[in-house]
Design a protein around this ligand. Structure first.
Ligand code: SAM
Length: 280
């Protein structure tokens, strides 16, 4: 037992929290599992934690029991508020719950560094939130690490290497500025109700500076152009990016006949620098 609060099945019954599809609700009811996810985020004792979508609060309880200094939990479903208020009482001054859409709430106003993000994300907004967290105006970002549940297929795309099936924009965007690895795999039955697919927790730690120099907008533009036509050779897929793209590719040490999925991060950064008029 990680705290003196009632088991999550009782919480769900008491507050009538039947999972709703529209909110992307698949709850974790095993507190040993939520404690494991909290521990996957590393030492929480000196950190503020941002949790998106606490639902009935299983992971929230794990985070608090594992010693998070404070947890800011943003939940869209008003039915969850009473259950979350009970957790706030059990952990005085350590849990702040905001009812709202995580895409709209200014979480930063309520957090003090160091900040870790730990969430069992609603699948419908998970990738959008990840992209936001990976592309802030300032780098390094407000967070030290992201420990996030995704559908297994999305988790694999985040950590994918060149030449593998899932390799693309998401892998490059994350790996340019962070280290990412899958730390836990979960079968559908770990959730209530069970989703159709397996899930995985990805742990992402931010680098202080991007792995290789490049302008973020240029890198994003050229990578997007390359992968939008991923079956084409790059000399064709990138035709619209620069009139002398073939020479640029050669200067960046990329075969003009290569496809986007064969090109590693360092080479994409070289190409982005050349497109900006710099040195490879
Ligand atoms: N963290 C809980 C757990 O592990 O059992 C619930 C996870 S469930 C997959 C996703 C949660 O996110 C739900 O509670 C849902 O209501 C909430 N949610 C969905 N969309 C949201 C949004 N845009 N902003 C904040 N919360 C959202």
């Amino acid at each position: 037992m990680i705290d003196a609060l009632p088991p999550l099945r009782d919480v769900i019954r008491t507050h009538d929290l039947r999972a709703k599809k529209s909110f992307g609700q698949n709850f974790l009811l095993d507190l040993n599992l939520t404690a494991r996810i909290a521990r996957a985020a590393g030492d929480l004792s000196g950190a503020d934690v941002l949790e998106v979508g606490p639902g009935p609060g299983g992971l929230t309880r794990g985070l608090l029991a594992e010693g998070a200094r404070r947890v800011l939990a943003i939940e869209k479903d008003p039915r969850c508020m009473a259950a979350l208020a009970e957790i706030a009482v059990a952990y005085p001054e350590r849990l702040l719950v905001i009812e709202g859409d995580a895409l709209d709430v200014d979480a930063l106003a309520h957090l003090t560094p160091p900040i870790k993000v730990v969430s069992n994300l609603p699948y419908n907004v998970g990738t959008e939130l990840l992209i936001r967290w990976m592309t802030p105006k300032q780098w390094p970002p407000f967070w030290d690490s992201l420990t996030l549940m995704f559908q297994r297929e999305v988790a694999e795309r985040i950590v994918a290497r060149p030449g593998s099936k899932g390799y693309g924009r998401l892998a490059l965007m994350v790996q340019w500025r962070a280290d990412a690895r899958i730390v836990l795999s979960l079968p559908p039955e770990a959730f209530t109700p069970a989703p159709k697919v397996s899930s995985a927790v990805v742990h992402i730690t931010s680098l202080r500076t991007p792995r290789f120099p490049a302008n973020a907008a240029t890198l994003e533009r050229v990578v997007a152009a390359g992968f939008n036509q991923r079956r084409k050779m790059l000399r064709a897929a990138l035709r619209g990016v620069h009139p002398q793209i073939e020479a640029m590719l050669v200067a960046a040490e990329i075969a003009p006949t290569a496809r986007a999925e064969e090109v590693g991060l360092e080479a994409w950064c070289r190409l982005a620098r050349l497109l900006d008029g710099g040195q490879a």
